[in-house]
Design a protein around this ligand. Structure first.
Ligand SMILES: [Zn+2]
Length: 98
């Protein structure tokens, strides 16, 4: 059981976070390769775009635009799964008694 995307109805077990920014790479000339080479990269977010999208390749719609909503979505689904699991357990135990 996974959370369900409200756009495509598919089961999704995670969200895809998209954030804007830039990547920094220290470039140097690699004599062995005879070309420019990258030494170290670091991503730096600029906070202008932050989206939580459906990971389904046929959907990829933006479901949330802030981390709190995304977290709530994932956590609520987990709690719902626990409630359902608890109910199923009660039903099974009820059957055992009869
Ligand atoms: Zn979707």
């Amino acid at each position: 059981m996974c959370p369900i995307c409200k756009e495509c109805g598919e089961n999704i077990n995670h969200l895809r976070e998209i954030c804007s920014g830039w990547q920094e790479t220290n470039v140097f000339f690699n004599k062995k390769k005879g070309c420019i080479d990258g030494k170290y990269t670091e991503f730096k977010g600029d906070d202008s775009v932050l989206e939580y999208n459906c990971p389904n390749p046929n959907c990829e719609k933006t479901l949330f635009t802030n981390p709190a909503e995304a977290e709530e979505f994932l956590r609520e689904k987990d709690e719902l799964q626990e409630i359902v699991a608890e109910k199923l357990k009660q039903i099974e135990e009820g059957k055992d008694e009869s």
